[in-house]
Design a binder for this molecule. Sequence first.
Ligand SMILES: [Fe+2]
Length: 162
Amino acid sequence: MKKTQIEKIYKENAVPANIIRHMQKVSEVAELLIKKFKEAGVSLNEELIITACLVHDVMRLKEDNKSVNHALLMGAYLSRTGEDELAALVTKHHFEHIDDLENWEEKIVYYSDKRVAHDRIVSLKERFTEIGERIAYRNPELEKKVFELEQEIKNVIGPLPV
Ligand SMILES: [Fe+2]
């Protein structure tokens, strides 16, 4: 998706500057990971990953209950505009979708988001424990799976770039 299109989405949805900064930081993490994946010989849809990172939390403030979370809201918005592939990546970035990740594109978007707290790159441990993710999302079983995802990534790319 073009930069102007992403900016239009921000405008239409009145996305606050701090959320935009968060999404940009997540895309920076993803970019570093993509580079390593490429070096490891894995081909990826880079544009799709970066776009998903840049729009994943657009509906963050629009979620009013957990059953219709911001990821689902944004996924539905993107589906309505015919962006089905992008919609899948955005829908699955939500913490609870760890078991649904099917390809590296989805895994990179998911994982990159878990490495950013607000607009700061942090370790998974920091994100889950020291910073204190919102209590509703604390789930040791799921957190363990995110660490397993990190290991899965390291098995392909070697040491993490961030
Ligand atoms: Fe996020």
